[in-house]
Write a protein that binds this ligand. Structure first.
Ligand code: APR
Length: 232
């Protein structure tokens, strides 16, 4: 059984990382979504770097929750037949033990040098404009896919969706493309696990509502107990 799991901010919410659209909170007076654009970076690079520096620093204060751990358990059973595609830029899937994780929107733990085009593992801040370890240019930006930029590795994701038996979407509002269209590209059956029905909930064969820390372990137990994918 080949399974593709898409995750969004909702899977990390119970670890203490804010989602994008649930809170109306502003960051330093800015809508976080407005900060995540190439235009915002061109206008005020220090502001955008500070935003991501804070989020990178926050990773050391949070831990994976039961939903991340359940997906790692599923990978142990399915091996290469499971691909986790995440819109999240945190590292909680990896810290829970998942190894087959595709970061569609990049990673906080990576910095991209716009001079030499190299990417480097990064744990510290970027707002103080450190030199690129490769070429020395002070041109490192967060390795994050901003609005208007092209998500990473769509060929890999499309291939996985076209050949899967089950597509499961977890903790995403379903308003950002291309991820919002994956339910239409998936060859197999489809299941949504989300706190509330997403904007595309009716496109799924089945939609379950509740916190990811409950729904995901329960679903993984069903699959591993051979109730079969999506069975209740
Ligand atoms: N369990 C399950 N789902 C949850 C939980 C929870 N504990 N808490 C919140 N949710 C759900 C919300 O109901 C919402 O539908 O998670 C979803 C989060 O939606 P968004 O905040 O829009 O996050 P996401 O879908 O990941 O955003 C997609 O938008 O800003 C960009 O690039 C950014 O990757 C991000 C993309």
């Amino acid at each position: 059984m080949r399974v593709v799991v898409l995750t969004g901010a909702g899977i990390s919410a119970e670890s203490g990382l804010a989602t994008f659209r649930d809170s109306n909170g502003l960051w330093e007076g800015h809508d976080p979504i407005q900060v995540a654009t190439p235009e915002a970076y061109a206008d005020d690079p220090a502001l955008v770097q500070r935003f991501y520096d804070e989020r990178r620093a926050a990773l050391s204060r949070v831990a994976p929750n039961a939903a991340h751990e359940a997906l790692a358990r599923l990978e142990q059973a399915l091996g290469d037949d499971l691909l986790v595609v995440t819109q999240n830029v945190d590292d909680l899937h990896e810290r829970a033990g998942s190894t087959r994780v595709h970061h569609l929107h990049g990673r906080l733990g990576s910095a991209w040098c716009t001079t030499c085009d190299e990417r480097h593992s990064w744990a510290g801040p970027l707002a103080d404009r450190p030199p690129c370890p490769g070429c020395g240019a002070r041109a490192l930006r967060p390795d994050i896919v901003w609005f208007g930029e092209i998500p990473y590795g769509m060929d890999v994701v499309e291939h996985a969706l076209w050949s899967c038996d089950l597509f499961v979407s977890i903790g995403t509002s379903g308003v950002v493309y291309p991820a919002a269209a994956f339910v239409h590209w998936a060859r197999g059956t489809t299941l949504e696990l989300n706190l509330e029905p997403s904007s595309g909930a009716s496109d799924f064969v089945e939609s379950r509502q509740g916190p990811a820390s409950h729904l995901v372990p329960a679903w993984v137990d069903e699959v591993l107990g051979s109730g079969g994918p999506g069975s209740s």
